[in-house]
Write a protein that binds this ligand. Structure first.
Ligand SMILES: Nc1nc2c(ncn2[C@@H]2O[C@H](COP(=O)(O)OP(=O)(O)OP(=O)(O)O)[C@@H](O)[C@H]2O)c(=O)[nH]1
Ligand SMILES: [Mg+2]
Length: 280
């Protein structure tokens, strides 16, 4: 089951692509002097869709979709992802995440192999780390992982971005731009690819179409993030489709494949593999 956050484990928690483990073709991620940058960090406020996205991403990678293959190093992590997927197959959404958990994944992409630490954490930790600058252990750990990010996946719920209240906007603009500024400042001249993923596009497409493209949506609704967050590539994804039940409640419908969930990671890994700053 979930390997929950415990004191002292915080350095190992966050989604990270670690250094190559196996052969000469394996890719060591980049290193910026004293601060090794060896992980892919997933950022997202409360309810952004982190848990659903990670579970469906793992499922897709386990099935070797889009040329990327993943295998959890620990069977309990594999089981946890599969339980989340099964829960959605049964029409239930996961509960809001209460404890941080991590899963060490072996990722194979072409001839390269990475270790990726898939991390799931409660969205409140994101707020404490980057809006409130809190000094508690979990918030400090998240900032530490951000300082070691070789690549970042930022998950944003477009419905909340378009219609959310002040707290959601503060998280999305102030919090995310603070996190990305921190990434780029710590990285110095080193490029850290950042993929911003608009989640839940099965229900959010209307909000995006109102503005035009996914990039235009971000420009329009999150101008503070665009101004202060540095360069990022925008993606749109639907980790799971949904349909209303008899009471009109949206339920997960897993009979259709997810859309666009592998591409952001694939893009980051291509950028890291090329290491030349060019487009993938
Ligand atoms: N339609 C649709 N709804 C989604 C999708 N992903 C997430 N949701 C909805 O968003 C809710 C929150 O998703 P989670 O993955 O639990 O969000 P989280 O970022 O892990 O949230 P915290 O753990 O509270 O930080 C889910 O319960 C669903 O109602 C999606 O791809 N499509
Ligand atoms: Mg969660």
């Amino acid at each position: 089951m979930t390997q929950a956050f415990e004191s002292g484990e915080n350095m190992r928690l966050f989604a990270g692509a670690g250094q190559a483990q196996t052969d000469a073709a394996s890719q060591s991620l980049t290193d910026s002097g004293s601060q090794p940058r060896d992980r892919v960090v997933i950022l997202g406020r409360r309810g952004a869709g982190k848990t659903v996205y990670l579970a469906r991403l793992y499922e897709a990678l386990w099935q070797n979709r889009e040329g990327l293959l993943a295998r959890a190093m620990d069977g309990r992590a594999h089981q946890r992802f599969m339980e989340l997927v099964a829960m959605m197959e049964a029409g239930q959404w996961p509960e809001a995440t209460l404890a941080q958990s991590w899963s060490n994944l072996e990722i194979r992409y072409g001839a390269r192999q990475w270790m990726l630490w898939a991390l799931d954490y409660p969205g409140e930790v994101f707020r404490r780390a980057f809006v409130e600058n809190a000094q508690d252990e979990a918030a400090t750990a998240l900032r530490t992982h951000v300082d070691k990010a070789a690549a970042v996946l930022v998950l944003v719920d477009p419905v909340t971005a378009a219609r959310g209240g002040v707290e959601a906007t503060v998280d999305a603009e102030f919090g995310l731009s603070a996190a990305l500024r921190r990434v780029h400042t710590a990285a110095g001249s080193q490029e850290v690819p950042v993929a911003l993923v608009l989640t839940k596009c099965d229900i959010a497409l209307g909000h995006i179409r109102e503005v035009g493209t996914a990039r235009a949506f971000v420009d329009h609704h999150l101008p503070g993030l665009v101004r202060d967050g540095g360069d990022f590539r925008v993606f749109a994804a639907s980790a799971v489709r949904s349909r209303p039940d008899a009471l009109g409640q949206l339920r997960p419908a897993t009979d259709k494949d997810p859309l666009g969930i592998v591409e952001p990671l694939q893009w980051c890994l291509k950028r890291l593999a090329r290491g030349d700053g060019g487009d993938a």
